[in-house]
Write a protein that binds this ligand. Structure first.
Ligand code: SF4
Length: 234
């Protein structure tokens, strides 16, 4: 179930491996949490409390070709893991040096505590630049308890040894000049994934109009590779 979800979100993901599951950021749009609540058999997975499934390290990861990767700990947020667990992830990625892995966190400052091998792509989500969104000035903190997107940008721009992917999904209304300037300022940036919420009927996010998003994509494509996900009218 989680694998299918991942494949919709990340077409270049060969496999999703989740030796850690869970997250306390409580994003209102979190599809992973909703899927776990519905289908998981593990009690901790059901509550989405951060916890480990270390036996999943025992399985050989899928081979990865050009542009492909194995997603690690995407069914939660690795920033809630212990140092020991993150070091184990680093050992695993080092052991499988001929594979490419992708690790994403909404608290990338935590990733900077570690030295990930060069076959790991690091990522974060930047769905908006705004702390108060739209004409109703909805506080971002009502959408997610994760560090504000600006803090994520400030952290991910400090990555030196790994490629960086940014996910602008689910898109929330934004200032295009700010987002473009942030993306220009991330030295290791290689890919931007961009798309609208896959469940607008449930989440009712303050979305940008389609024309504004298409203009943003045109500007981002001058900076790096942009991979379009679900692009549709707001
Ligand atoms: S950070 Fe990711 S895993 Fe955590 S609640 Fe938000 S969408 Fe879900």
């Amino acid at each position: 179930m989680a694998r299918n979800n991942s494949e919709r979100m990340y077409h270049f993901s060969r496999e999703q491996k989740n030796p850690m599951v869970g997250c306390d950021f409580n994003c209102i749009y979190c599809a992973f949490r909703k899927l776990q609540q519905r289908f998981a058999t593990c009690a901790d997975c059901k509550t989405f409390r951060p916890h480990y499934h270390l036996e999943r390290f025992l399985k050989t990861p899928a081979r990865t070709g050009e542009n492909e990767f194995v997603s690690l700990c995407l069914n939660g947020d690795i920033s809630f893991a212990s140092d020991e667990f993150v070091l184990r992830v680093i050992d695993y990625c080092t052991q499988w040096k001929d594979r490419t892995f992708f690790i994403q966190s909404k608290n990338p400052l935590r990733l900077l505590d570690f030295h990930f091998p060069s076959n790991v792509i690091l990522g974060t989500t930047i769905e908006t630049d705004q702390m108060y969104i739209g004409k109703d000035r909805i506080p971002y903190s009502e959408i997610s308890k994760a560090p504000f997107p600006e803090m994520r940008y400030q952290a991910i721009r400090l990555v030196e040894n790994n490629d960086v992917h940014i996910t602008m999904e689910p898109l929330i209304d934004f200032d295009p000049d700010v987002l473009v300037n942030w993306m220009k300022d991330i030295p290791q940036l290689k890919v931007i994934n961009i798309g609208y919420d896959s469940r607008p009927d449930l989440n009712h996010l303050p979305e940008p109009p389609l024309e504004k998003t298409l203009d943003l994509i045109d500007r981002l494509e001058l900076i790096t590779e942009v991979r379009r996900k679900q692009i549709r009218p707001a």
